[in-house]
Design a protein. Structure first.
Lengths: 312, 204
């Protein structure tokens, strides 16, 4: 892909955000001086989108290594949120310390040096065996299985899954220049727009709750509308991918479905932990994981499908 | 110059590790004469308060620290004297020449605000321990100083007592409504009331 198409996609994103910002400003003017939490939330979200897109664009322009470092920091922030909500014991201190300061840097370093074989097994083989050993030497067996499982699941979602986003840059796809970020841009646009579009369709047409005990705000109408419109958007982006239009549609559909289901899994964890406590720890609302739960579940699937079918 | 660089390095890494957020619930970060008194469960506690204060206030705020701990070794000595500009007090046995209250009062008279942990030592991370009387003596001696209760959340898990491996966890520091010693109030009632202010802030 050439620079021309990259700039076109980024200009499209900027235009979408300008429209969103304009709509928010008009809504705010029409609402007058009255307090409106929904509008405040909308403005906060749009502002966050500006920041995220500017950061990502900067990293893409700076090259492959900058993207790897950026997602390493994203993993760090996500794992910090996950472990904060996990009741680890004193005996897990060493295991948790290693997750942050050994496993995380190593996983991203393996992407940096393109050692795919080790990258794929570092966490599921080595980390998953060594971390419980680091806990068990302290001799505290209380809730041992639950503690171990929680730490490992945090490492799985926050490090292993999220690291597959920059790993897309290491795929050796014919016709792509080295470190071309277009697959990352494709994944992020499809998955994040499916989140936003599900929210929009849900607000416009939503009546039937899809998973009332897990995520009360999600509706059947929002789900169908979001998945269909994000798939259409992903198909329209086929020119920046190695896929044909039909293949781009299939990839987008799989990515959005995984994103939706991943969102449900992460909501179940939040519900189980009593999400009300979040507000004490981060000002405003939501964190890195709220934005990235859907990406974490779709990135590894897109990575492996592309690796299997589109690389020599 | 070097001191400011070291201070910047320490506050930045504390923020990175804990994502520390200041929650100004009962007061604003104003440049007034204050004693910040907080619950104490971890070595990182005073760093947390120090790191979330705006730079202008941080320059004028001095932590009250234990002489026996901080006088061990040249590095600790350098940090507490030159970087944190701590007010060192001896714990346990109080002698007339080294009265800890005098040292704190002198620091206040010099224009500084103080960070104080009235439990005296780090607790086990559960209940807030009973307060030592120092806070009362300071409040009685300098009644115009604002007493700001502070609740530090989650720092126990960052670095528990006796295990010097910090793990990154989100912490927050809540600042409550400033209090003062009431004219009719006796020492035990005052200390119990101050302790309650900290505990209630933890539930807010």
């Amino acid at each position: 892909m050439n620079l021309h198409e990259e700039l076109l996609v980024l200009a499209g994103l900027a235009a979408a955000l300008v429209i969103a910002t304009t709509v928010a400003v008009i809504l705010r003017m029409r609402a007058g001086a009255a307090q409106n939490p929904v509008l405040d939330n909308l403005s906060a979200r749009i502002k966050a989108w500006w920041v995220m897109i500017i950061l990502l664009t900067g990293a893409f322009l700076a090259g492959r290594h900058a993207v790897i470092v950026l997602f390493g920091l994203v993993s760090f922030a996500a794992l910090r949120e996950f472990i904060t909500l996990t009741p680890t014991h004193r005996a897990d201190q060493v295991a948790v310390f290693m997750s942050f300061f050994v496993v995380l840097p190593m996983q991203y370093w393996l992407i940096w040096i393109r050692w795919y074989g080790f990258f794929a097994v570092l966490i599921p083989v080595y980390a998953f065996l060594v971390l419980p050993i680091a806990s068990v030497v302290f001799g505290d067996s209380k809730n041992f299985l639950a503690r171990t499982a929680e730490t490992q699941w945090g490492v799985m979602v926050c490090i292993y899954c999220i690291s597959h986003v920059p790993a897309l840059l290491t795929l050796d796809i014919p016709g792509y220049r080295d470190g071309d970020p277009m697959l990352v841009i494709f994944l992020l646009i499809v998955v994040q727009s499916s989140d936003v579009l599900q929210y929009v369709w849900g607000k416009l047409l939503g009546h039937h709750k899809i998973a009332p005990s897990l995520s009360p705000s999600k509706t059947v109408e929002g789900f169908i509308g979001g998945v269909v419109s994000a798939t259409v958007l992903g198909t329209a982006l086929w020119r920046i991918t190695p896929f044909s239009p039909l293949q781009a549609a299939g990839m987008s559909l799989i990515a959005t479905l995984m994103a939706f289901l991943g969102g449900l899994v992460m909501s179940a964890i939040k519900r189980d932990r009593g999400v009300k406590d979040w507000g004490h720890l981060i000002e405003g609302h939501g964190g890195m994981l709220d934005r990235l739960d859907s990406v974490a579940f779709s990135a590894p699937i897109l990575f492996h499908l592309t690796r299997y079918f589109f690389t020599p | 110059m070097v001191e400011r660089l070291v201070a910047k390095l320490i506050t930045t890494s504390t923020r990175l590790l804990t994502g520390a957020q200041a929650r100004w619930i009962g007061c604003a970060p104003l440049d007034t004469h204050r004693i910040y008194f907080a619950n104490h469960t971890s070595h990182v506690d005073f760093l947390l308060i120090w790191a979330v204060l705006p730079g202008q206030l941080r320059k004028k705020t001095r932590p009250v620290a234990a002489l026996d701990y901080w006088s061990r070794g040249a590095v600790r000595r350098y940090l507490i004297d030159s970087v944190f500009r701590g007010v060192l007090v001896s714990r346990g046995h109080v002698e007339r020449e080294h009265n800890p209250i005098d040292a704190m009062r002198q620091a206040l008279d010099g224009g500084a605000s103080l960070i104080l942990f009235p439990e005296g030592t780090r607790g086990p991370g559960g209940d807030v321990q009973p307060f030592k009387p120092g806070l009362y003596h300071l409040a009685a001696a300098r009644p115009d100083v604002e007493l700001v209760p502070v609740w530090i959340d989650n720092s126990y898990r960052v670095m528990p007592k006796g295990l010097p491996l910090p793990i990154p966890l989100l912490c927050s520091v809540a600042f409550g409504k400033p209090a003062r010693l009431e004219p009719s109030e006796q020492k035990p009632e005052f200390l119990a009331r101050m302790r309650q202010l900290v505990i209630e802030l933890g539930k807010a």
